[in-house]
Design a protein around this ligand. Structure first.
Ligand SMILES: [Zn+2]
Length: 136
């Protein structure tokens, strides 16, 4: 008989598996409905272990931002930010595809799975501007 006491991978493994597939997953509590990130075993709101992994919308808003200055010859300056996900959790991340220092509090940003120094990580870029083409 198979041992069924523990079913499936732990929360970190589920998150990493999502990253490997280019998908940003967060957790949703089956008991109180809270969204959770980073992954954990118990809901911080209600203590339930009934946590499902769901695909994050990827929509976020910049809560705070700063520029990390890198010494010349050691890479380029980059934006770090605290981003509030549409689902609720707040996470520390980088905002790319925009000049260092150009990120503003309240900016809409979109998550994607990128790579830093060989590690897959969740990064953000400015949300696509509303379509401006056409003259109607
Ligand atoms: Zn909960």
């Amino acid at each position: 008989m198979a041992d069924t006491r523990f079913q499936g991978p732990g929360p970190d493994a589920v998150f990493e598996a999502g990253m490997a597939e280019g998908e940003f997953r967060i957790q949703c509590c089956g008991s109180c409905g809270a969204h959770i990130h980073y992954p954990r075993a118990l809901c911080p709101e209600c203590g339930s272990a009934e946590l499902d992994s769901v695909r994050a919308s990827g929509e976020g808003t910049v809560h705070a931002t700063s520029v990390v200055r890198v010494r010349p010859g050691h890479g380029e300056d980059y934006n770090i930010a605290l981003v509030d996900l549409a689902e609720g959790p707040r996470m520390m991340t980088r905002v790319v595809d925009i000049e260092p220092g150009a990120v503003r509090i309240g900016d809409a940003v979109t998550a994607f799975v990128g790579e830093i120094e060989g590690n897959r990580v969740v990064l953000f870029r400015p949300a696509a501007a509303p379509a401006s083409g056409g003259d109607r």
